[in-house]
Write a protein that binds this ligand. Structure first.
Ligand SMILES: N[C@H](CCC[C@H](N)C(=O)O)C(=O)O
Length: 307
C-alpha cells in the first residue's frame, strides 16, 4: 500500500517502549512529546498478550501538575482501570525519562494520583524509589474495619483468613503463608481482590517469611491477575511483616521474577525499594480505528472500571 494511502484517515503512529521490572511488564508512553489518549477498552485490547502488545500495566509520562515535581505518572491496569501506584513501574519510569532525554536529573520527583514519589537512578540499571509512607488507617486504604489492627480476620469462600491491610498509595491485603509455591493464589487471590471489605478492590500478597531478613512473595494484582513481581506489593508485604514482628527493617524479597530490597524503619517512615528496570524494545503502532492519540486524557478522570 503506498505511503500516501497508508497515511490517509489513520491517526499518527503512537511511539511506545516495552519495559519490565522483574517480569512485571509495561507499555510506557511519553505523552509529553506526542499527543496521547486511550479509552479503557483500547487499553484492554493493547494489554492482551495474543491480540495486542501485552502488558500488566500501561505507564503514561505527562507534564507535571504540581510545582517542584518533574513529571506526572499515570498508571492503567491491563483491565483499563486507572490506579494510584506502581512500584516496578516507577523504576521503569525513571529509566525511561532518562533514556528518552526528558530529563538529565539523577533524582526525579514524580506526581502520582495519591502523592509524590522520588526516584533515584543508580548503576547497572538499578533504581531506588522512595515509595512514601505506608498508610494503615482503614478508611485511607480503603478497607472496611471498625478499628485499625495489625491483623484482620476476613470471611471468604466459606473460610476465615487472617490478613494485614496496607496502602502504598494503592490498596494491599497481605497474608502470611508457609510456602508461596503451595499458597492458594489462584483461588483466594481473585476472591480477596474483589472482596467487599476492599471497596476499591486490592492487590493480594502471599508472604512466606524465610528469616527476619529474607522473604518470598507472590501477588495477585488488582486489575491484572498474578504478576511475576509487584513492587508496591513487596513494600506492603514488608510493612505487614514488620508490624507483625516477623521481619527486620531491611528485607530481600524474592518474587517469581527476581529480587527486590525493601527497607522500612517503622511507622511514619517511608518505604524504600531498590531494584532493576529493563527496556525490552521500542515500538510504534497505528491504533485501530476509534482511538486517536490526539487529545490529552482528562486529568483525574479515572478510567471506567470493567463492569
Ligand atoms: N505491579 C505494580 C502494582 C500495580 C498496582 C495495580 N495492580 C493496582 O494497584 O491496581 C507494582 O509493581 O507496584
Amino acid at each position: 500500500m503506498s505511503q500516501h494511502r497508508r497515511g490517509q484517515g489513520q491517526g499518527a503512529a503512537l511511539r511506545f517502549t516495552k519495559m519490565h521490572g522483574l517480569g512485571n511488564d509495561f507499555m510506557v508512553v511519553d505523552a509529553i512529546s506526542q499527543p496521547f489518549r486511550l479509552r479503557p477498552e483500547m487499553i484492554r485490547k493493547l494489554s492482551d498478550r495474543n491480540f495486542g502488545i501485552g502488558f500488566d500495566q500501561l505507564l503514561v509520562v505527562e507534564p507535571p501538575g504540581l510545582p517542584d515535581v518533574d513529571f506526572r505518572y499515570r498508571i492503567f491496569n491491563a483491565d483499563g482501570s486507572e490506579v494510584e501506584q506502581c512500584g516496578n513501574g516507577a523504576r521503569c519510569f525513571a529509566s525511561f525519562v532518562r533514556d528518552q532525554r526528558l530529563t538529565n536529573k539523577k533524582v526525579i520527583r514524580v506526581q502520582t494520583a495519591k502523592g509524590v514519589i522520588e526516584l533515584r537512578l543508580g548503576k547497572q540499571g538499578m533504581v531506588t524509589v522512595n515509595m512514601g509512607v505506608p498508610e494503615m488507617n482503614p478508611p485511607a486504604i480503603p478497607f472496611a474495619a471498625d478499628q485499625q489492627k495489625t491483623v484482620y480476620t476476613v470471611e471468604v469462600d466459606g473460610q476465615t483468613v487472617e490478613l494485614s491491610a496496607v496502602s502504598m498509595g494503592n490498596p494491599h491485603g497481605v497474608l502470611v503463608v508457609d510456602n508461596v509455591d503451595t499458597a492458594p493464589v489462584e483461588t483466594l487471590g481473585p476472591l480477596l481482590e474483589s472482596h467487599p471489605r476492599f471497596p476499591a478492590k486490592a492487590n493480594i500478597g502471599f508472604l512466606q517469611v524465610i528469616d527476619r531478613k529474607r522473604a518470598r512473595l507472590r501477588v495477585y494484582e488488582r486489575g491484572a491477575g498474578e504478576t511475576l513481581a509487584c513492587g508496591s506489593g513487596a513494600c506492603a508485604a514488608v510493612v505487614a511483616g514488620c508490624l507483625r514482628g516477623l521481619l527486620d527493617s531491611r528485607v530481600e524479597v524474592e518474587l517469581r521474577g527476581g529480587r527486590l530490597v525493601i527497607e522500612w524503619q517503622g511507622e511514619g517512615a517511608p518505604v524504600m525499594m531498590d531494584g532493576p528496570a529493563t527496556t525490552v524494545f521500542e515500538g510504534q503502532m497505528r491504533l485501530p480505528g476509534g482511538d486517536k492519540p490526539g487529545r490529552r486524557p482528562k486529568h483525574g478522570k479515572p478510567a471506567r472500571k470493567r463492569s
